[in-house]
Design a protein around this ligand. Structure first.
Ligand code: HSE
Length: 345
């Protein structure tokens, strides 16, 4: 049995989903994979910070948030450490970065990831900001120190797409990637097809925990553009930046346009596309009308989908959850198990 000590930075939806999975599946993971994942530190700006070098019980952490909304009553030998002190002083082997996403600066997550790597700790994150903005730099840093970076949850939450792409489909020659990469907007478009208003559908997406803290990132297509940048960097060897993605969101779509598409046997989807044309990579995020017989038309609600068009296999499609606390929490488990497999040899 190998034990990994984890420092969790940010304990919002995803952090709580992850703790829930460890609470429910921890014993199974240990039995099935020989890996024990022990949360030793949690540091959250609003909820407080607790550190116990011998481990904190996920059930206790979750109960504290459910009853009081903070860690004030959680017994721990050390309290009050901010993220950077937690990284520097805790005995964690792996830092799990789950602070809020900022696709303009990547902060504060970018500083946290750099500090973790500098301190010799592996990192796992679902935060799109630093990965969309600085993956090459972080990857280089990690390689130079023989450390791992897990980013599976940055695209399509726990649905495995990045690892499948990087480790398997790259060898089949990926020419084009297209998909539905934002759960909130797909949920809104689906709800509007059944007559809901845009505002009611957005409020519902927020209540269900799909939307970003600032939902402008979802509805204006920035979130999907961030994922397009991540996919192009990691899977197509094309170091695009956010400004190079031709981006349009869904805020200009009204009930009439939704109805017009339906009358024509089509539906609206916010599609992200990365394509190699004459050796150049082009990327876009655009609301697009697709025929109802198109495979992506059947993808409803917060579900996401990705179609890899490859030289050797033709189209390979993966459909699955694209958002949600447990769904995204699960991506962290996949990345942790990948680190375990690598270190175990
Ligand atoms: N706000 C994002 C979405 C969460 O709706 O897809 C997952 O990245």
């Amino acid at each position: 049995m190998r034990t990994y000590r984890l420092a969790v930075l940010g304990f919002g939806n995803v952090g709580q989903g992850f703790a829930q999975i460890l609470k429910e599946q921890g014993a199974l993971l240990a039995q099935r994979f020989g890996a024990q994942f022990s949360i030793v530190a949690v540091s959250d700006l609003q909820k407080g910070s607790v550190y116990n070098p011998d481990g904190l019980d996920p059930a206790t952490l979750l109960a504290a948030i459910q009853t009081k909304g903070n860690f004030d009553d959680v017994r721990a030998p050390q309290r009050g450490w901010d993220a950077l002190v937690t990284i520097a002083k805790s005995n964690a082997d792996i830092v799990i970065e789950l602070t809020y996403t900022d696709l303009r600066t990547g902060e504060p997550a970018l500083t946290h990831l750099r500090a973790a790597l500098q301190n010799g700790k592996h990192v796992v994150t679902t935060n799109k900001g630093p990965i969309a903005l600085a993956f090459p730099e972080l990857d280089q840093m990690a390689r130079s120190k023989n450390l791992e970076i897990g980013v599976e949850g940055t695209v399509m939450s726990g649905t495995p797409v990045i690892r499948i792409g990087r480790e398997m489909l790259v060898a089949a020659g990926i020419k084009r990637i297209q998909g539905i990469f934002n759960g909130t907007t797909n949920f809104i478009l689906t709800q509007m097809e059944t007559g809901a208003s845009y505002a009611a559908a957005l409020a519902d997406a927020q209540a269900k925990g799909y939307a970003e803290a600032d939902p402008v990132g979802d509805v204006e297509g920035y979130d999907a553009a961030g994922k397009v940048v991540i996919l192009s960097n990691l899977l197509m060897d094309a170091p695009l930046t956010m400004t190079e993605v031709d981006r349009v969101g869904i805020t200009q779509l009204d009930a009439q346009q939704i109805a017009q598409a339906q009358a024509a046997g089509e539906c609206w989807k916010l599609l992200g596309t990365i394509e190699k044309v004459n050796g150049q990579v082009r990327a876009s995020v655009r609301p697009t009308r697709v025929p109802l017989r198109h495979p992506l038309a059947a993808v409803k609600g917060a579900t996401n989908a990705i179609v890899y068009t490859t030289e050797l296999l033709g189209d390979v499609t993966v459909v699955g959850p694209g958002a949600g606390r447990r769904e995204t929490g699960f991506a962290l488990v996949c990345d942790l198990l990948a680190i375990h497999r690598k270190l175990r040899g």
